[in-house]
Each structure stands twice: as structure tokens, then as C-alpha cells.
Design a protein around this ligand. Structure first.
Ligand code: C2O
Ligand code: CU
Ligand code: CU
Length: 478
């Protein structure tokens, strides 16, 4: 095994790797490969600035839609045009990178027959979906190469953008970075009544970073501190553009990177209308100029292009790197739409204890409360139906995006560091960013599944390299 092998994607000889991979191997490989990383320094484009004219841009890929009611999903090596007409080796779901966008209604029953076409074990986890353990795609429930597994669950939760991705211990980073991720959108009556932009005016955006080898294939060359790649990519497209009508658009945005925070802004200084996040709609819409979000978090954003003339452009940017993520090009075609005012959604506030029920310290790059993940150890038990207050702290190596399976939560406070709860952290969340020197408190209640066979879940850092190295814990709702 060498670092070259782990860089090859389509040829999944690299697949051998994680079966016998120890954490030490992981670190060693990571450090070897790290030498290849060159951090690009791109000057931020100032508000109102124009993108460099030399960049050739490619049409943004929109993944095909799919119903999860009865669907066959296969993960396998694939070959995909990531821009420019030349194919790259990736890992794909049903040949698509990103995978198909599932759409279902609250009340539906999902039945997804999964086939593992990789040459190493994997799982499918439905991030944000409240499902019983057997359908949660946890590391204990690996699907062997060539094997099938039926993921079956009831959708009993509110409208939201969730997503799906592999969750095999010590190989999640590799599988996700090499391409395995897709959107899962739940609709419900409350949301439908709002008449938000839909059809061609509702677009999922999976934002991430990526490295390519000299042949243009996706590669994964992590460091133990987190994988920061050199190029932005949206919906598996490098340097994308999207033609937009004179209309209000709804963007369902996922940070699909393994470790990178993105700070979104529009280069003309226009505001986003923030309407939702991980757990669906917020109570009301808010105008914001910048939003920073971490791996696993979602945003529901409206952008008003009604004033955009034919041929005029606006750039979606990442202020942390200065990257131009996505160029919007006006068509001048009238499309309409409006920005909602008033109540979007009713959110029942959790009320719970004023002092922490439990505390979690995210330590180093591998531990929670001093312990590395052991898939055979249950670290704590949570009483069913009771609201608890959980406190998150860190002794460094942040950012740690903290993610919990099995329930959504409400962020109560952030002290130290950035010192506040942001607009996009209101409502319901399943992932929250814990940065250096910060203490974050949440209220959470598990009221769907319980017991070791149904209600065993995970809490972990969603920086995939931290997760893979053991910053993860099992718990059971009892
Ligand atoms: Cu998106 Cu446990 O993961
Ligand atoms: Cu999850
Ligand atoms: Cu972390």
C-alpha cells in the first residue's frame, strides 16, 4: 500500500486499504500525501468585482431526481465529466456524482435496495433522517463488496434538506471525498402552502472542495487535522455557472466538504434571504450578507434575481478563500416569484434543564471525553422522551462540526469564540459548528426510536478525518 494507490479512485485497488487500515496507517498515509498539497492563495474578489476573465466555466450539474419509495441504489466506481468534457474517475451512486436527489413527502415509507459495487465495505447513512438503527448506516452495519442491503424507514419528520453518504469506520472520508454523497429532500404540507420557488427554480447545491491528479481524477490525500483541498466544486462541477431567469430562486445548500468551512456571500453585495437550515424552515425569513457553515450543515436560501439583466452576472463566493464558487448568468427571461414575509413555520421550543445534563469535550483530533470510538462500546444512555441539555467544549484542533444521529436539536447558546448563536442556527439542527475556545449548549429530545436494536445512535465530529480517527461515540436511547 502506498500513497499513490490511495490517490487512485476508479481503480479501487485502493479499496483494499481500509479493510486493514489502522489509525497509524491512516496518519502515515495522510502525512505522506500531505506533501503533495499546495495551498492556493487566491486574492479575495472585492464586492462588485468581476471574476477573472480567463476562467472557463461549465454548466452546473443538476443531479437527477428520484423517489425513495422503491429504488435501487448502487455505489460503484464511475466516470463523470466534472467540467470541460473530459471524464474523471470518481465513486458514484447509480453513475451520478453527486448521487440522485431523493424527494419524498412526510408520511412516505422509503425502501431503498442498496448494492455495494465497490471493492470494499461501505454503508449508506441518511444524515438528518430520523430512522431506526438498522436503517441508519452505522459503521457496525457494513455492507460487504457485492452485497445488498435494504434501507427501509418511515419518514415522520418535517420538510427539510437532508443528505446521504457512506459511514464505514475509518473510510468515511475517502468514500465521501471520492464522490459518494447526494441530497434527500422531504416536503410537507406546511411548506407546500408557502408556494416557495420550485421546479427549475429550486436547486440543490452541494458545495465542497476537491483535489485532482494530473489525469484529472478525483483524489483523497488527507492529513490527520482535516482535508483541505485546492479547488472548489459545486454539484460535482468545477468552475460552474448557472443560467438564471429574472426570478426568485430557492437554493438548498449543503456543505459537503470533509473539513472545510465556507463563508458564502454574493459579489455584488446582494443579500441572501435565509429561510431554513438542517431541520427545515425557520420561523421567519432573514436577510443576511454572509453565512459561514461547516461540513454536514445545510442552508435554505432565496436569491432574488428579478433585477438581473440578460447577460449580467453575479458570483457566489467563499470569503474564507476568495473562491468563486458559482456564477449566475442572467437570461432576462421573466420568471417571477416573491420573497415571503411573515411566518414561515411554527417551531415548538424545547424546554429543558438550565444546567447541562451531559458534557462532551472534543479533544485533539481523535477523542470525545478522552475516548476514541469503539464500535463495540456503548458510551452513554439517554432516556426516551426527555429533553436534555448537552454542552460541547473543545481543547483545540477545531473547527469541530458536531453531528448527532436520531434526533434534531435546538442550539441554546455559544459562549467564548464567536460568542453568539447565528441566524442560521435557529430552529432545528442536527449539526452545529464548535470552533476554538467555544462552548455550545443545545437542547435535545429523542422521541422516535428506543432500545439497543432500534435506538442506538452516534454523536461525532463531522470533520471526516476526525470522525475516521475516532472522534465518535455510541449511545442508546432507553
Ligand atoms: Cu453525515 Cu454520522 O453523519
Ligand atoms: Cu447523520
Ligand atoms: Cu473535529
Amino acid at each position: 500500500m502506498n500513497s499513490k494507490q490511495i490517490n487512485q479512485t476508479g481503480n479501487i485497488e485502493s479499496a483494499q486499504i481500509s479493510r486493514n487500515l489502522t489509525r497509524r496507517d491512516f496518519l502515515r498515509l495522510g502525512l505522506v500525501a500531505a506533501g503533495a498539497i499546495v495551498v492556493s492563495k487566491v486574492a479575495p474578489v472585492l464586492a462588485g468585482g468581476k471574476p477573472p476573465p480567463t476562467t472557463t466555466r461549465y454548466p452546473l450539474r443538476i443531479p437527477p431526481g428520484a423517489s425513495p419509495l422503491n429504488y435501487s441504489l448502487t455505489a460503484a466506481p464511475g466516470s463523470v465529466d466534472v467540467g470541460g468534457g473530459k471524464n474523471s474517475s470518481v465513486l458514484a451512486y447509480n453513475g451520478h456524482f453527486p448521487g440522485p436527489t431523493f424527494r419524498a413527502n412526510k408520511g412516505d415509507s422509503a425502501s431503498i435496495q442498496f448494492t455495494n459495487g465497490l471493492s470494499e465495505a461501505t454503508t449508506v447513512h441518511w444524515h438528518g433522517m430520523i430512522v431506526p438503527t438498522a436503517a441508519d448506516g452505522q459503521p457496525q452495519d457494513l455492507v460487504a463488496p457485492g452485497a445488498n442491503y435494504p434501507y427501509e424507514f418511515q419518514i415522520n419528520q418535517r420538510a427539510a434538506l437532508n443528505w446521504y453518504h457512506p459511514h464505514p469506520h475509518m473510510a468515511t472520508g475517502k468514500h465521501v471525498v471520492l464522490g459518494l454523497a447526494g441530497a434527500f429532500i422531504i416536503n410537507d404540507a406546511e411548506e407546500a402552502a408557502l408556494g416557495l420557488p420550485s421546479g427549475a427554480y429550486e436547486i440543490p447545491l452541494i458545495v465542497r472542495d476537491a483535489n485532482f491528479d494530473s489525469a484529472g481524477n478525483l483524489v483523497y490525500n488527507p492529513t490527520s487535522s482535516g482535508y483541505l483541498a485546492k479547488n472548489p466544486m459545486v454539484n460535482g462541477t468545477r468552475d460552474p455557472y448557472l443560467n438564471v431567469d429574472s426570478a426568485v430562486y430557492r437554493f438548498r445548500v449543503l456543505n459537503g466538504a470533509s473539513a472545510r468551512l465556507f463563508k458564502l456571500a454574493l459579489n455584488n453585495g446582494a443579500l441572501f434571504t435565509l429561510i431554513g437550515n438542517d431541520g427545515g424552515l425557520l420561523e421567519t425569513a432573514t436577510q443576511v450578507s454572509q453565512i459561514e457553515f461547516s461540513p454536514g450543515e445545510r442552508l435554505d436560501l432565496l436569491i432574488d434575481f428579478r433585477g438581473l439583466a440578460s447577460g449580467a452576472t453575479i458570483m457566489l463566493q467563499d470569503l474564507n478563500t476568495g473562491w468563486n464558487l458559482l456564477e449566475f448568468r442572467g437570461t432576462g427571461v421573466a420568471g417571477g416569484g416573491s420573497i415571503p414575509t411573515g411566518t414561515l413555520s411554527t417551531i415548538a421550543r424545547l424546554s429543558g434543564p438550565a444546567t447541562p445534563t451531559r458534557s462532551f469535550s472534543f479533544d485533539g483530533m481523535t477523542r470525545i471525553n478522552g475516548q476514541e470510538y469503539d464500535m463495540d462500546r456503548i458510551d452513554f444512555q439517554v432516556p426516551f422522551g426527555q429533553t436534555e441539555r448537552w454542552r460541547f467544549t473543545t481543547k483545540g484542533n477545531a473547527p469541530h462540526p458536531i453531528h448527532i444521529h436520531g434526533a434534531s436539536f435546538q442550539v441554546q447558546s455559544r459562549t467564548g469564540g464567536r460568542g453568539k448563536v447565528f441566524e442560521w442556527e435557529r430552529g432545528w439542527k442536527d449539526t452545529v459548528l464548535l470552533n476554538d475556545r467555544e462552548t455550545v449548549e443545545i437542547l435535545i429530545r429523542f422521541d422516535a426510536y428506543r432500545g439497543t436494536t432500534q435506538g442506538r445512535y452516534l454523536i461525532h465530529c463531522h470533520k471526516l478525518e476526525h470522525e475516521d480517527q475516532g472522534m465518535m461515540a455510541n449511545f442508546v436511547v432507553v
